[in-house]
Ligand binder design. Structure first.
Ligand code: G3P
Ligand code: CA
Length: 356
């Protein structure tokens, strides 16, 4: 182009278009085959059914969640299983069944031992209003069983959003995961699987094993995460209320926060998964890492933002206004309704139809 003015204009238009696409979460998500905004069923529909069990995942699938979220660990005999906590006492009768190993890690149990546990009755005791006798004696699931659920309805196609949990306890789990996903034909469609971890080394290993699969670096303020301004640690703080403690924690400074975005980019992530402070606090409320400037900084670097874990409309609204691209939720139905996506039947009706 000979005319310098036209050339400058053309270049500036091209630059603006590139910038617009690089800073637009919807475009970034589409490039990865990831729905926008993504509805991520945290441990399944875990408000209405025991976390990480068959009814929780079936319900999330039937509601129309985009992803079934799961925490991956490995049994003593090498089987990939879906359990959130490092040990089993909160969500099973391990203390009754194996009293001497009540506080042992998941890796200390064979699959047969895990399968002998009741991973449902605790929910009935903890949440009597949502209790169902059909939740008693629900088993812990393998990764393959969750894949079976995800594939089980030809009209519903949820993806899987898989976290490597305490990955330093499970050397090689990233390669094991790849082998299972490949064997099940789950690595063929872009965005069908999203991988997530708090652990930078595991992120690196996931990226080496599955470079083409989108990965999210989970963010939090605390040990092995973003350094806090207070320099305090919850365990040593003497504070009783964990959520109140974390609500006060902020990154040490802006540079410290941005360093974590650099880690995400350098280690192969296409986005971050920040924590959030819930309006009503509670067990799953942490530091507020979805301030608009933070989300913008992600987008400017071409990173998506999927926030964990919100269940209330007031928080969905705040998160979407602040610019996130997806939400982990225990209440997929509520989030789908908030996003004005169709939810044809209520959660209790669906559970009943599913045989629970
Ligand atoms: O994986 C995102 C979110 O699930 C992280 O928190 O502890 O529930 O696995 P957690
Ligand atoms: Ca998780």
């Amino acid at each position: 182009m000979r005319n310098p003015l036209l050339r400058t204009l053309a270049l500036s238009t091209l630059f603006s278009a590139a910038l617009a696409s690089a800073t637009d979460g919807k475009t970034l998500a589409a490039a990865q085959g990831i729905p926008y905004p993504a509805v991520i069923a945290h441990r399944g529909a875990s408000y209405d059914a025991p976390e990480s069990t068959t009814p929780a995942y079936l319900l999330a699938r039937e509601l129309g969640a985009d992803y079934l979220e799961l925490d991956l660990q490995r049994t003593r005999d090498g089987v990939l299983v879906v359990v959130h906590d490092d040990e089993l006492s909160r969500t099973s009768n391990v203390a009754e069944r194996f009293p001497e190993r009540a506080k042992s890690p998941v890796s200390a149990f064979t699959l047969a031992e895990l399968k002998s546990l009741d991973a449902g009755s605790w929910f009935n005791q903890a949440y009597p209003k949502r209790a169902r006798s059909s939740f008693e004696k629900l088993p812990i699931l393998t990764l393959d069983e969750v894949i079976d659920i995800a594939e089980g309805n030809p009209d519903r196609h949820p993806g899987l959003y898989i976290e490597t949990k305490v990955p330093n306890q499970f050397p090689g789990i990233e390669k094991d995961l790849k082998a299972r996903l490949e064997a099940r034909g789950w690595l063929d469609r872009p965005g069908r699987v999203v991988l997530q971890t708090f652990d930078r080394n595991s992120l690196k290993l996931l990226h080496e094993a599955m470079p083409q699969v989108p990965k999210i670096l989970l963010l939090w303020v605390g040990n092995n995460g973003i350094a806090s301004a207070s320099g305090q640690d919850f365990a040593q703080s003497g504070e009783q209320d964990k959520a109140a403690f974390y609500a006060r924690q902020q990154p040490k400074d802006k540079a410290e926060y941005l360093r974590w975005l650099d880690h995400a980019t350098q280690e192969g992530a296409i986005g971050t998964g920040p924590s959030a402070t819930r309006t009503h606090l509670g067990e799953q409320s942490y530091s507020d890492l979805i301030q608009p400037w933070m989300n913008q900084a992600n987008h400017q670097r071409g990173l998506l933002v999927h926030v964990y874990t919100l269940d209330d409309r007031v928080d969905f609204d705040k998160a979407m206004q602040s610019g996130v691209d997806g939400i982990f939720t225990n209440r997929s139905a509520e989030l789908l309704r908030f996003l004005q996506r169709p939810v044809k039947r209520s959660e209790p009706e669906l559970l009943q139809t599913l045989g629970y």
